[in-house]
Design a protein around this ligand. Structure first.
Ligand code: FAD
Length: 802
C-alpha cells in the first residue's frame, strides 16, 4: 500500500470516487482513496439512481446540470457504461402555489441554459399517460431527467480517476486521522499509516464517525428511505419507449420505469431518522426491514395518481439509509478551524449532485476557490453553535419538506427558537414575528392589533405587507429601532492590524474615529465579503459584515492570519441597536452627555449611552440618518430601556428585517449573497467605487480587479422600477429586452416609502440607459419595468449625511 499521498479521500461511495476523479482531472495525480470494504458499500449501492436538475437554489441547480452532463464524458473516457437512461421527467403541480414555484424555476432556467418547459394537462397525458390528471394544473418538463446504474457509475468515476494516476485501496478501514504540527495528516488504517497532506471526509453514512476522528462534528443525519419495484405492468412494457420520470410533490413520490414495471419512492411524513447515536461499523451491504406502515398513506395516494400501480404486484422493496444536512444540501469545502481537512459529505442526492460536489472540492483544493458561489453547499454555512440535538429535528423537517413548495418568505419551525438575545422576550411581548438566521432568532416584523402573528408563506406580497409598510413609514417619518445582533462582528487588533487589513480588504482602511466600506476579494477578484471597517484606534479595528457568513469569513481570515495580528469573532459578544430616521439624532442626544452633533456621517466613537459603555457609529443600512450602537450583551437590556424611553417623545417604533429590506431598496443598496456574492465582481456590482486602487498595499485580488478595471465589466447591476401585479421580484427572474433574455434579477421587493415595486439585476453594459424599458418575468408573467438611476429616497444623501 502507498504510504504517502497528497490527498487521502476517505470513502469509496459515489461522492468519494467523484472527488478522486476531479482531483486528477484538475491535475493532481498523487491522490488516493481509502475504502473499508468494496466501492459503493454505503448508501450508494442501493440508490434508485435517479437524477434531475430541479433545485430551488440556482447554483445547486447548475451543479446538478453539470453532474448530469458529466456522465457521457465519463463513459467516453472509461469505455464503461453508467447505464444511462435520459428519459426526461415531469414535476406535477396540483395547486396554484406549486405551479407558481415551477413557473419561477422555469424562468431561472432561461438564463441558465436549461431547456425545461412548462406543460399543461394535455401534454402531460401524452408524456406520462399513466398519470391521473384530476386536479393537475400543469407540470415542468425537463429533458435532462433520467436514471443510471449507481454501481456502474461509481466504478466509472473510479476507473477515470485511476486513469488519471489515482490509487484506490479497498478493504482498508481508516481508524484514526491525526494531524502533525506541520498541518499534514497521519491516516491510520488497518493496513498501516498513510502520510497525507490533505484529508477529505467522504465517509457518507459514516461521515460523523470519520469527522469525530479529527474532532469535528458534521451536522448531518441518516434517514431511512424506501422505494418499491413493481412486477411487470402491461401499460409500461407495451409502450414503444421508456416511460419518463414523474415527480408528484403532492404525493411526496418519485416514479420511473424499472425494467418492465415501475419503481416508486416516497418522502413520507412519518419518516424515521436512522442510527441516531452513530452508524454501526458493521453495517454495509444490508438493507433495513420493509416498513409499509410508514408509507401506507403515500401508497394510497400513489394508487390514485397512478392507477396502474393498484393492480401491480410488488417485486422488491429497497429500504436503506442515507444522510442529510439540516437544509438538505451537501457539506463541502475546507472545514472551518482546521488545516488541510476537507468535507465532501451530507450528499443526499449523489447521482444528481456528486459530480458537481467533486468538481467544487477539487477546484477549491487545487485552484484555491470554486468557480461559482457555493454558499448553498459550503460546510461553513453552519456555525459552531450547531449540535446533534439541533440537526436531528431539522433533518426530519427537511426530509418531510423535500417535495413541499419552498416560498421566498418561509420560516421553517423545527428546532426553534434556538439562539436568542436578551431582547427576545421583550420583542415577543411587542408582537415580534420571528425569522431565523444562522440559528439566531431575528424579528421580521411586529404585528399590531389583529395582524397575523404568523407570516403566511407566499410568492406574492404576504400578509406582513401592512406591518412592513407601517414600520418603513415609522423610520422615514420619525425613528425606528432594531437590534444589530445579526451582523457578523470581528475585532482585529495588534501592531500590524492596519497592514493586515490593507492586504485582506480591497478598500481604504479608515483613520482613527472613522469608518469605511470595503469589498473583500478573492485572488480571482470575486466578491467574498462586503465589510464595514471601523477604526477604534491604530491597533484596534471593528469589522461588521453578514451574520450568516461568520465561519466563511473567519476561515478566510485564519487562512491569511499573520503574526502580530489577533482576529476574534465577536458576533455574539457585542450586540446593541440601530436607530434610524430623521429623529434618530435627537433620541441619541437625549441619552448621552457626548456631543452627538459633532458625530459626522461615517464617524465612530466610544460613548456612554445612558449608563452603558458603547461604540457608536454613524451609518445605517436604511439609508437614513442613523446610528449603530454596540454594547456588551450583558448591558443590552439596560441600553434598550434608555433608548426606548428617550424614543417615546419622538414616536419611536421597533422595526424588523422585512422593513429593513424595503428601506435598503429605496437607496438601491445591495445585500450580501443577493447582489454581492462570489458569483460577481466588484466592478459588476458597483463596489469597485470602494476599491482603493491608489493604496500601496498589494491587496488580495488586486491584479484581477485592475484587469477588470482596464477591460471594463460586461454586465453591471442596475435598479428597476417594476409594474408588478401583487408579486414582486424575489431573485433570478429573467430580464427580457427585444424578445430575448439579456439579464437576471438579484433581488427585489416593494418600496413602501416610494409606493413602487423595485428590482436589482444585471444588464449588459452596452444596453444600460436611464429609462430603458425592459420586461421582467415574474411567476410566468412579463411585467414591464424600466431602469432607474435616481434613488427613491434622499437621492443627494442630504439626510443620511446631514
Ligand atoms: C433507498 C435510497 C434511494 C436513493 N435513491 C437515490 C436516487 O435515486 N438518486 C440519487 O441521487 N440519490 C439517491 N439516494 C442517495 C444516494 O444513495 C446518496 O446520495 C449517495 O450514495 C451518497 O454517497 P456517498 O459517497 O456520500 O456515501 P456512501 O455511499 O455512504 O459512501 C461512503 C463510503 O465510505 C466508506 N467509509 C466510511 N467510513 C470509512 C472508513 N473509516 N474507512 C474507509 N472507508 C470508510 C463506506 O464504506 C462507504 O463505501 C438514495 C438513497 C437511498 C437510501
Amino acid at each position: 500500500m502507498k504510504t504517502t499521498t497528497r490527498v487521502a479521500v476517505i470513502g469509496g461511495g459515489v461522492v468519494g470516487c467523484s472527488v478522486l476523479y476531479h482531483l486528477t482531472k484538475l491535475g493532481w495525480s498523487d491522490v488516493m482513496l481509502i475504502e473499508r470494504s468494496e466501492l459503493t458499500s454505503g448508501s450508494t449501492w442501493h440508490a434508485a439512481g435517479g437524477f434531475h436538475t430541479l433545485n430551488g437554489d440556482t447554483n445547486m441547480a447548475a451543479l446538478q446540470g453539470y453532474t448530469i452532463r458529466l456522465y457521457k464524458e465519463l463513459e467516453e473516457i472509461t469505455g464503461m457504461s453508467c447505464g444511462l437512461h435520459h428519459v426526461g421527467g415531469i414535476t406535477l403541480a396540483d395547486n396554484r402555489d406549486r405551479f407558481d414555484m415551477l413557473l419561477a424555476e422555469r424562468a431561472k432556467h432561461r438564463f441558465m441554459g436549461l431547456e425545461t418547459e412548462i406543460v399543461g394537462p394535455e401534454e402531460i397525458a401524452k408524456i406520462a399517460p399513466i398519470t391521473n390528471l384530476d386536479g393537475i394544473i400543469g407540470a415542468l418538463y425537463d429533458p435532462l431527467d433520467g436514471h443510471l446504474d449507481p454501481s456502474g457509475t461509481t466504478h466509472a468515476y473510479a476507473k477515470a480517476a485511476r486513469m488519471g494516476g489515482a490509487t484506490i485501496e479497498t478493504h482498508c478501514m481508516v481508524r484514526e486521522t491525526n494531524q502533525r504540527p506541520d498541518g499534514t495528516w497521519d491516516v491510520v488504517t488497518d493496513k498501516g499509516t498513510i502520510h497525507a497532506e490533505h484529508v477529505v471526509n467522504a465517509g457518507g453514512l459514516w461521515a460523523r464517525e470519520v469527522g469525530a476522528m479529527a474532532g469535528v462534528y458534521f451536522p448531518l443525519h441518516p434517514m431511512e428511505h424506501q422505494y418499491i419495484v413493481t412486477d411487470d405492468i402491461p401499460e409500461i412494457y407495451e409502450r414503444g419507449s421508456e416511460h419518463p420520470h414523474v415527480m408528484d410533490p403532492a404525493g411526496e413520490s418519485y416514479l420511473r420505469q424499472e425494467g418492465r414495471g415501475l419503481c416508486i419512492g416516497f418522502y413520507e411524513q412519518p419518516c424515521k431518522p436512522w442510527a441516531v447515536d452513530g452508524t454501526p461499523w458493521t453495517f454495509g451491504h444490508e438493507l433495513l426491514p420493509d416498513d409499509f406502515d410508514k408509507i401506507e398513506e403515500s401508497i394510497e395516494f400513489a394508487y390514485k395518481r397512478f392507477p396502474v400501480l393498484a393492480s401491480a404486484g410488488v417485486k422488491s422493496v429497497i429500504h436503506g439509509p442515507f444522510t442529510f444536512a439540516p437544509d438538505g444540501n451537501p457539506l463541502v469545502g475546507p472545514v472551518p478551524g482546521m488545516r488541510n481537512y476537507w468535507s465532501a459529505c451530507g450528499v443526499m442526492a449523489g447521482f444528481s449532485q456528486g459530480g458537481g460536489v467533486g468538481l467544487t472540492l477539487a477546484q477549491w483544493m487545487i485552484e484555491g476557490e470554486p468557480e461559482r458561489d457555493v454558499t448553498a453547499l459550503d460546510v461553513a454555512r453552519f456555525g459552531r453553535w450547531i449540535s446533534p440535538g439541533y440537526t436531528r429535528p431539522k433533518v426530519i423537517e427537511n426530509y418531510q419538506k423535500r417535495f413541499s413548495v419552498s416560498y421566498p418568505n418561509e420560516e421553517l419551525p423545527a428546532a426553534r427558537p434556538n439562539r436568542t438575545t436578551p431582547m427576545y422576550d421583550i420583542f415577543s411581548d411587542m408582537g415580534a414575528v420571528w425569522g431565523q438566521q444562522f440559528g439566531l432568532e431575528v424579528a421580521n416584523y411586529y404585528a399590531q392589533g389583529d395582524e397575523p402573528t404568523y407570516e403566511t408563506p407566499s410568492f406574492r406580497r404576504s400578509d406582513a405587507f401592512a406591518a412592513t409598510g407601517r414600520e418603513v413609514r415609522g423610520v422615514r417619518q420619525g425613528v425606528g429601532i432594531n437590534e444589530v445582533h445579526n451582523f457578523g462582528k470581528y475585532m482585529v487588533t495588534g501592531p500590524r492590524a492596519r497592514a493586515w487589513l490593507d492586504r485582506i480588504m480591497a478598500g481604504r482602511i479608515p483613520a482613527p474615529g472613522r469608518l469605511s466600506l470595503t469589498p473583500m476579494l478573492s485572488a480571482k477578484g470575486k466578491l467574498i465579503g462586503d465589510f464595514t471597517v471601523s477604526c477604534l484606534s491604530e491597533t484596534e479595528f471593528q469589522l461588521t459584515a453578514s451574520y450568516g457568513s461568520q465561519d466563511y469569513h473567519m476561515r478566510w481570515f485564519q487562512q491569511h492570519q499573520e503574526d502580530s495580528v489577533t482576529i476574534e469573532n465577536i458576533s455574539d459578544k457585542r450586540n446593541g441597536f440601530q436607530i434610524a430616521g430623521p429623529k434618530a439624532r435627537a433620541v441619541l442626544a437625549a441619552c448621552t452627555r457626548d456631543d452627538v452633533d459633532s458625530l459626522r456621517f461615517m464617524d465612530v466613537r466610544r460613548m456612554v449611552v445612558g449608563m452603558t459603555d458603547c461604540i457608536v457609529q454613524r451609518v445605517s443600512y436604511t439609508g437614513d440618518l442613523g446610528y449603530e450602537i454596540y454594547c456588551d450583551p450583558m448591558a443590552q437590556r439596560q441600553l434598550w430601556w434608555t433608548l426606548w424611553q428617550a424614543g417615546q417623545d419622538h414616536g419611536m417604533i421597533p422595526f424588523g428585517m422585512r422593513a429593513m429590506m424595503s428601506l435598503r431598496l429605496d437607496k438601491f443598496f445591495g445585500s450580501w449573497l443577493r447582489e454581492f456574492s462570489p458569483d460577481y465582481t466588484a466592478a459588476e456590482t458597483g463596489l469597485d467605487r470602494f476599491i482603493a486602487f491608489k493604496k500601496e498595499a498589494d491587496f488580495i485580488g488586486r491584479a484581477a480587479a485592475e484587469a477588470e478595471r482596464a477591460a471594463g465589466p460586461a454586465r453591471r447591476l442596475c435598479a428597476f422600477e417594476v409594474d408588478a401585479d401583487g408579486a414582486d421580484v424575489n431573485a433570478y427572474e429573467p430580464i427580457w429586452l427585444e424578445g430575448a433574455v439579456v439579464g437576471f434579477c438579484t433581488s427585489g421587493g416593494y418600496s413602501h416609502h416610494a409606493g413602487k415595486s423595485v428590482a436589482l439585476g444585471f444588464l449588459p453594459v452596452e444596453r444600460i440607459a436611464d429609462g430603458l424599458e425592459v420586461e421582467i418575468e415574474i411567476l410566468g408573467q412579463m411585467r414591464p419595468a424600466r431602469v432607474i438611476s435616481q434613488p427613491l429616497f434622499d437621492a443627494d444623501g442630504a439626510r443620511m449625511r446631514g
